[in-house]
Write a protein that binds this ligand. Structure first.
Ligand SMILES: [Ca+2]
Ligand SMILES: [Ca+2]
Ligand SMILES: [Ca+2]
Ligand SMILES: [Ca+2]
Length: 340
């Protein structure tokens, strides 16, 4: 868990993305990748195209609770009204056309002949409150190569996936604070890229034999308000808005990333649609999964988890009316989930 002043803003090109790329995202990943590369180049050239949305000037926004309002959200209002993206079918394309041929010589691990699955992973379980080692569990929804996928905390890339191949229902646990002298650095293994027991728990007690254990040098996750996003270049694969309370202000970087996620239809209010002004402050908190500061102080403690196999891109995927945190299930499907 981090609480103050730890951010180096990056991913400055993220906000520009918004609506213009959505159709491309859903249909043709190859074009998406090419376009993303082109756009990044533009952004890195002189920044002019992104000037209007580069609202990421360093801000000391990580107060111990929610962040005090500081006017940082000016300019983000343009993201409102993108609620029409709810339910854009993030699973579209999975398995479409699979096995169409004889299979000989196709050489593709993921449904040759179709666009690669965009939602290869889902964020499945979170503990940002552990003093020893924050954890994020991911679940493979489709099989494929994870090379280059990224996990972001707010707008910051906190893990870039190595070359490794997963199958549906494979689980991954990302351990934070695993850099030199990090709070979770003692006795860690290398990344498990070939098997979930490549470095077994018997020899590495922090590892889970039911998951690929991967290690981030990021010191830890903010447990006040946060957005976790899995991205491939600028395409949102999956995301979750998280908060420690159902009301209160949110950090500008959380709000900015929420806008990126919402613009791609990857987070909405329960039942669909976006708040009139976007996921800002109280609207962020009210629509975020809870409860970041009620999870365990160790990995063995409670965590925030998906409730079942559905992905409706809202907090009801994670919370019931009465349940926020639950006993942790690292390296195992969550209670209520069934094999794909
Ligand atoms: Ca393992
Ligand atoms: Ca999702
Ligand atoms: Ca709380
Ligand atoms: Ca789990």
């Amino acid at each position: 868990m981090r609480t103050a002043g730890e951010y180096v803003n990056q991913a400055a090109g993220a906000v520009w993305y918004k609506g213009a790329m959505r159709a491309v995202v859903v249909s043709v990943l190859v074009l998406s990748t090419l376009s993303a590369a082109a756009c990044r180049s533009s952004t890195n050239g002189n920044g002019q195209a992104d000037a209007a949305t580069d609202i990421d000037a360093p801000r000391a926004h990580d107060a111990s609770t929610h962040d005090a309002p500081d006017g940082r959200d000016s300019g983000t209002g343009s993201d409102s009204g993108t609620g029409s993206d709810a339910g854009t079918g993030s699973d579209g394309g999975l398995d479409g056309g699979s096995d169409g041929g004889t299979g000989s010589g196709s050489g593709s691990a993921v449904d040759g002949g179709t666009a690669p699955a965009t939602q290869i992973l889902r964020i499945n379980e979170v503990n940002a409150n552990a003093t020893s080692c924050d954890l994020v569990e991911l679940r493979a929804i489709a099989g494929g190569d994870l090379t280059g996928l990224r996990l972001l905390e707010r707008k910051t890339i906190v893990f870039t996936f190595p070359a490794m191949t997963v199958a549906p229902d494979d689980l991954i646990v990302i351990h934070f604070g695993a850099g030199p002298n990090g709070p979770c650095s003692a006795g860690i293994s290398a990344n498990e890229t070939t098997a979930k027991t490549e470095f077994p728990a018997a020899a590495f007690p922090n590892n889970y034999d039911g998951a690929f254990d991967l290690f981030s040098t990021d010191a830890g996750l903010v447990a006040t308000d946060n957005v976790l996003t899995i991205m491939r270049t600028t395409t949102v694969i999956d995301a979750v808005l998280l908060s420690d309370d159902a009301a209160g202000t949110a950090a500008g970087d959380s709000e900015d990333q929420a806008a990126v996620v919402a613009a791609q239809g990857e987070w909405t209010m329960v039942g669909g649609g976006l708040p009139a002004g976007g996921f800002i402050d109280d609207a962020f908190s009210a629509n975020a999964a809870l409860d970041l500061d009620a999870t365990g102080k160790t990995p063995a403690g409670a965590s925030i988890q998906r409730l079942d196999n559905t992905d409706d891109n809202d907090k009801a995927d994670w919370n019931t009316a009465t349940t926020t945190v639950q006993p942790s299930t690292w390296g195992a499907l969550n209670v209520g989930q069934t094999p794909l």
